[in-house]
Design a protein around this ligand. Structure first.
Ligand code: PGA
Length: 257
């Protein structure tokens, strides 16, 4: 399939950071990489309380800011929730949706993920929609069944022809374990996901950025990113180190070239 899409490097800071640590991290990233390459987008996703700080720290740069979660509603009586309109208003452009840690610890399900993706799009955010199987699902040969179910649930809500979306393949067994999926596994699953979306909309599938997440680091990034259906990475641990994050970013530039 002919692809022309931009590549993406998205940093998921998870529940890490402080005002001082975030400032130091962004100063580090910006001193290592003063300007971005237009072929490779960079997005950082801090916890909610720091979104405004990050919007301020990145305002004169091309670095995007994303949230790690949003409500599936735009406003209303939803105590403790945060509307995608609110994060958009303070300078966010992206929202991670359906991360496996939310599925695992907060009980988020496929339907909720789809509604959140739609709410994010309605608020003008680009959702980074996460799908991925557990080790047990992979070992029992159900990876494609699980990916298809998660994907169909999310895309059931989305008007593919119009929407800007990033899809992230994040096998749960590779997240935070230090053991990334092999480049061959990543390619096979990205290809599966792209083909599954092509059933709905071929042009959209060809252009959809599909990024990989799960223990990406400097030592494995170039192998994974050079696979044909891999359009970048969703980075956890390595996104908290300016030099590592920027080195991974440069790997992507090289591959984009
Ligand atoms: P990791 O996390 O890079 O630390 O494995 C990836 C993620 O959870 O998005």
């Amino acid at each position: 399939m002919q692809k022309m899409q931009k590549k993406w490097l998205v940093g998921n800071w998870k529940m890490h950071g402080s005002l001082a640590a975030n400032k130091a991290l962004m100063e580090g990233i910006r001193s290592e990489q003063p300007t971005l390459d237009e072929r490779v987008g960079m997005v950082v996703c801090p916890p909610f309380p720091y979104l405004a700080q990050l919007a301020e720290l990145t305002k004169d740069s091309q670095i995007g800011v994303g949230t790690q979660n949003v409500s599936d509603h735009l406003q209303g009586a939803f105590t403790g929730e945060v509307s995608p309109l609110m994060v958009k208003e303070i300078g966010c452009g992206y929202a991670i949706i359906g991360h496996s840690e939310r599925r695992q610890y907060q009980g988020e399900n496929d339907g909720l993920m789809g509604r959140k993706a739609l709410a994010a799009i309605d608020a003008g955010l680009i959702p980074v929609i996460c799908v991925g199987e557990t080790a047990e699902e992979r070992d029992s040969g159900r990876t494609h069944e699980v990916l298809a179910r998660q994907l169909d649930a999310a895309f059931g809500y989305i008007r593919t022809a119009h929407d800007n979306i990033i899809l992230a393949y994040e096998p749960r067994w590779a997240i935070g374990t230090g053991i990334a999926a092999t480049p061959e596994i990543v390619q096979a699953e990205h290809e599966f996901l792209r083909q599954r979306i092509a059933i709905r909309d071929k042009d959209f599938a060809a252009k959809l950025p599909i990024i990989y997440g799960g223990s990406v680091k400097v030592s494995n990034a170039s192998y994974i990113f050079s696979m044909p259906d891999v359009d970048g990475g969703l980075i956890g641990g390595a996104a908290l180190n300016a030099r590592e994050f920027v080195t991974i970013y440069r790997e992507l530039i090289e591959i984009a070239g």
